[in-house]
Design a protein around this ligand. Structure first.
Ligand code: 7RM
Length: 657
């Protein structure tokens, strides 16, 4: 870990925006004092706080104890049995929401007038029927409680149906982002030991068909774990069906019953694995369980988005990332609202697709990423200006720090100055949002995620766990367990302990550097490890590096992130080629294609530089800090005293990809 003193924030944003008056009167939490009282109470008696919240959920058998905490292992709502799918669907129907639209979906393709060709509205009742049928179909395929099911699908309602069906029968799902390629599927399928994959022939993205089934076929040549493949017909592109292994989605649900009672599951039953990148090694299967995740996502969604029964809520995140899991699916459906879902790209057929969609469906709450906002800013205000955005009541941001300029643009041109902005800080590991404004209570400051939510004990500390003074930089950590926290890394307890629980005594280490201002507001400064965030997508250096070295010309490589105006961070790759191989532009092009093939297009380096040697310490560790400096500033000013061979830096030839 870098030294805490190296985390210096240069941002000194002074503007403040009180919650809009019209919003406050109807909000769940209506003043900063009320928030502070709630937060103080939650930390003074967490058991009572979480017990009260949990009482609003359906349990088949009520829990005996709120939490059992043996650092780093937490169990929540111990002794209870429940079902997340039941709480998302059946319970909403019991509450009288059966005919209300649960999912409002738009496919990407448009007609000659630019109107979406397909819009589907699925009520809670219909969702129950679809989910029950698919759950029965899964059972027919031999899927049993505890079996891990891999989902590699486009953003279509059937993905939500598949997730809920898995949850209904207690088969943990592992969703793989559709932008990843075959080798990434192989790693994840092998690690999860998952024998069943649900996929589609393809998905539409920016007018093209993403050939998902073909990637699964390729993956199946690289691992023998894939025994059954369920294929949804989406794009009608040609696919090869392997007899005995591949079945059509529509065939297996055709004769399945729509009656499938939700399985009562232990509170700590595994709900899903979601693979995410760390600084080293293979992707980690972040493990979430049933009751705690269920309650935490529903509670935070309700409070932070201030959800009300008539809300039309839209989160633009792909379900392949945690934001989609928690705030397209689980946290949202449990609130009984209408969730908008969109299949494709933000600029298809033009740069106003999001704004047209908001106007078309009268979206009230909108949640997106800073990288998207910056891309829209660049295209100009004429795009949102063409559409009626007055239905919007609240805006959200997630995935990376939002720069004050982008915040102000979002506020002025999308929120028309009247919508609170919730900048929500959280991670795959945290399950749900931990630091965020409450929109009716917290005055916002552009660029700050503001204050910890009720129940969350966040602090900025140094390596020894000492809390830093106001405005001092340090490591962001969480000092008390919360229901949505990860329960482990699948199959790797050692890595779980080391990664999250060994850096800071007694606390969860987030991997983020941050500072807290005199008002107690948190300003996130980014990762202190080697995780790179490109367009809000979390990528590990190791996966990209191993893709590079798997190319026959490459001897060694190191990748680092460097600031990028649009994508937040971009990837710079440093590559040493094997002797006798010419390091030229042709090889560069090959390497770029190679990475795209091995990991996916989001991992495509923005620059590749050939170097005769990488800067290393005497013990052989690559000094990424120096490479980061080089990629960012074009030179190295930092401390190089531990560098083994200074000439490696001097020799680094600069070349742009
Ligand atoms: C939800 C998600 C987690 C990392 C996290 C941060 C960064 C996320 C914000 C943010 C500043 C935010 N999960 N991050 N949200 N940084 N402000 N509002 O993104 O597992 O993919 O990434 O993302 O570095 O540690 S994630």
């Amino acid at each position: 870990m870098p030294d805490a003193t190296s985390i210096e924030s240069i941002m000194r944003e002074q503007r403040q925006f009180p919650p809009p008056e019209g919003f406050v009167n109807h909000a769940h939490v209506r003043s900063l004092d009320q928030y502070r009282e709630l937060h103080a109470r939650s930390l003074a008696d967490p058991d009572a706080f979480w017990a009260e919240i949990a009482s609003g959920f359906h349990f088949f058998k009520k829990w005996d104890r709120v939490v059992e905490w043996n650092l780093p292992f937490a169990k929540w709502f111990v002794g209870g049995t429940t079902n997340v799918c039941f709480n998302c669907v059946d319970l909403q129907i019991q509450r009288g929401r059966g005919d209300h639209t649960a999912l409002l979906w738009e496919g990407e393709p448009v007609d000659e007038n630019g109107q979406p060709r397909e819009i589907r509205r699925i009520t809670y009742k219909q969702l129950l029927s679809d989910v029950s049928r698919f759950a029965n179909a899964l059972k027919q395929l031999g899927v049993k409680k505890g079996d891990r099911v891999t989902l590699y699908m486009p953003m279509v309602p059937e993905l939500v149906v598949a997730m809920l069906a898995c949850a209904r029968i207690g088969a943990p799902h592992s969703v793989i982002f559709g932008g990843f390629s075959a080798p990434a599927i192989v790693d994840r399928v092998n690690d999860a030991d998952s024998n069943v994959i649900i996929t589609a022939d393809g998905g539409f993205r920016r007018g093209q068909i993403v050939p998902l089934k073909a990637a699964v076929d390729e993956a199946a040549t690289l691992t023998d774990r894939i025994k059954k493949v369920v294929v949804l017909k989406r794009c009608c592109n040609d696919v090869t069906m392997t007899p005995g292994r591949d079945v059509w989605f529509h065939d297996i649900v055709a004769n399945a019953s729509d009656q499938c009672p939700a399985e009562p599951l232990d509170s700590e039953h595994m709900l899903f694995l979601l693979y995410t990148s760390g600084s080293t090694g293979k992707p980690k299967g972040i493990l979430h369980t049933t009751a705690g995740y269920m309650i935490y996502t529903a509670y935070t969604a309700k409070q932070v988005f201030d959800l009300k029964p008539d809300d039309i809520y839209w989160c633009t995140a792909d379900i392949g990332w945690v934001t989609g899991h928690s705030y397209v699916v689980y946290g949202i459906l449990q609130n009984g609202v209408t969730c908008v879902m969109y299949e494709g790209a933000p600029n298809f057929p033009a740069w106003d697709r999001f704004w047209a969609t908001i106007a078309r469906h009268k979206v009230t709450k909108f949640y997106t990423a800073p990288t998207a906002i910056r891309a829209f800013m660049k295209q100009g205000v004429e795009w949102p200006a063409k559409h009626d955005l007055t239905s919007l009541k609240l805006l959200g941001s997630v995935g990376e720090p939002i720069n004050p300029e982008a915040w102000m643009w979002y506020h002025e041109y999308i929120g028309m100055g009247g919508c609170p902005i919730v900048d929500t800080w959280w991670q795959t590991e945290t399950g749900g949002m931990l630091i965020s404004p409450l929109p009716g209570a917290t005055p916002t400051k552009p660029g700050s995620a503001t204050l910890p939510l009720p129940g969350i004990d966040a602090a900025i500390v140094d390596k020894s766990g000492n809390v830093q003074p106001a405005d001092g930089g340090g490591y962001l950590c969480i000092r008390k367990p919360w229901p949505g926290m990860l329960r482990g890394i699948y199959g790797d307890e050692e890595r779980f302990r080391k990664q999250y629980w060994s850096e800071i005594p007694g606390a969860y280490f987030t991997g983020d550097g941050a500072r807290r201002d005199a008002d107690g507001y948190f300003w996130i400064m980014g990762r202190v490890d080697d995780v790179i965030k490109v367009s809000g997508h979390r990528l590990g250096t190791a996966e990209i590096e191993s893709a590079l070295v798997s190319h026959p010309a490459v001897a060694e490589s190191a990748v680092v992130g460097f600031p990028d105006d649009l994508t937040g961070e971009a990837i710079a790759a440093f590559v040493t080629v094997k002797s006798g191989i010419p390091a030229n532009d042709e090889l560069k092009t090959q390497l770029l294609q190679h990475v795209v093939h091995a990991v996916g297009s989001i991992a495509r380096p923005k620059s590749i530089r050939f170097t005769e040697a990488l800067p290393k310490t005497r013990s052989g560790k690559i000094m990424r800090r120096l490479l980061r400096e080089l990629a960012t500033k074009g030179r190295v000013d930092g401390d190089t005293t531990t560098l083994e061979d200074f000439s490696s830096i001097a020799r680094l030839r600069e070349e742009e990809a």
